[in-house]
Ligand binder design. Structure first.
Ligand SMILES: C[C@](O)(CO)[C@H](O)COP(=O)(O)OP(=O)(O)OC[C@H]1O[C@@H](n2ccc(N)nc2=O)[C@H](O)[C@@H]1O
Ligand SMILES: Nc1ncnc2c1ncn2[C@@H]1O[C@H](COP(=O)(O)OP(=O)(O)OP(=O)(O)O)[C@@H](O)[C@H]1O
Length: 287
């Protein structure tokens, strides 16, 4: 289906955020026979992200706007999530969807996954398809390992491939996130021979006491000098770490003012944002 650039953007039925996430640490414990990696991570949801508008259609078609030159419609996780929900529920309705994209793709902050989660939750509400949160998570997992945490809607400790979630109360902090000018493909990093995959499993209590690291950081820094440079720059001011498989890096601060003081000094070629860590996603209200 051709993307519809001339979508009527008035009178939406629903407007929802798709929050970003950070992996406060990421340990790779091993590799499953299907190639996916067993990991432990701490997902911190942020009050910054993409925005989606939805309007019900009676003709069963899914229209997504605007056009994203780098992402064919059938590959867009928003379109795929909408089609998946139609197929799983037998729903005859369609939707106009407008995606206000703010998050960098391939940034390790879960943009595409969060867009997919918001689409599943939003359309389940709009179409009254009545799938439970667990059923939506099961569908979401087929789109990406990071989708369930956004459907679950809580900052969480995660195990398995990232889908076994345990909500965790985190200290409220502000995060400065910097986006080096490169896209890192998650599949490329997870398939790299040099990735270390032998971290020992730790408990939540041990992590809270000793902290953790990002097992992908060294490899990504060696493949993408932009990531290494950004980590070096931010490390001058605060402990800096990469999120997910990169490319974004972050540091935490007790308040917004402290984060802003560093943000003001950032090199011009770096994009980025400041966000507050949130316990719950705003989309939880719909579930
Ligand atoms: C690195 C993290 O961002 C941490 O939150 C996620 O584990 C990645 O989640 P995601 O982007 O939703 O990943 P998916 O779209 O499911 O998978 C992208 C690719 O990464 C690899 N992959 C992903 C997750 C995982 N636990 N093990 C993997 O090996 C797979 O080869 C897959 O082909
Ligand atoms: N709605 C979407 N937004 C962004 N990327 C999308 C979307 N739909 C499909 N994609 C594809 O997914 C790829 C990864 O995008 P995404 O922004 O989720 O990466 P990421 O931030 O590294 O995610 P994660 O932290 O979950 O690994 C992109 O390169 C793009 O081709």
């Amino acid at each position: 289906m051709k993307q519809d650039q001339r979508l009527d953007t008035r009178d939406w039925d629903l407007q929802l955020p798709a929050p970003a996430k950070l992996n406060l640490f990421l340990h790779i414990l091993g590799r499953r026979p299907d190639g996916y990696h067993e990991l432990q991570t701490l997902f911190q949801l942020l009050d910054h992200g993409d925005q989606l508008n939805f309007r019900q259609r009676l003709d069963g078609t899914i229209h997504l706007a605007p056009e994203f030159p780098d992402i064919p419609l059938e590959s867009n996780l928003v379109y795929r999530a909408a089609r998946m929900l139609q197929d799983a529920s037998g729903c005859q309705h369609g939707a106009d969807i407008y995606l206000h994209k703010h998050l960098p793709a391939g940034g390790g902050i879960g943009g595409g996954s969060s867009d997919a989660a918001t689409t599943l939750v939003g359309l389940n509400h709009l179409w009254q398809t009545g799938l439970s949160k667990a059923e939506l998570c099961e569908l979401g997992l087929q789109l990406g390992a990071d989708v369930p945490v956004f459907i679950n809607g809580q900052s969480a400790w995660a195990e398995g491939v990232g889908e076994q979630l345990q909500a965790i109360e985190l200290e409220e902090k502000w995060y400065l996130v910097l986006a080096p000018n490169c896209h890192v493909s998650t599949a490329e990093i997870f398939s790299n021979k040099s990735l270390t995959r032998d971290s020992s499993a730790i408990t939540v209590a041990a992590f809270l006491e000793q902290g953790g690291q990002n097992d992908c950081q060294q490899l990504v820094s060696s493949l993408y000098p932009e990531v290494a440079e950004t980590l070096n720059w931010l490390s001058q001011f605060a402990p800096a770490r990469m999120t997910g498989t990169g490319a974004c890096v972050f540091a935490s601060f007790a308040d917004r003012t402290a984060a802003e003081a560093i943000f003001k000094q950032k090199p011009e070629h770096l994009d980025g944002f400041i966000a507050r860590g949130i316990q719950e996603s705003p989309i939880l209200a719909l579930l």
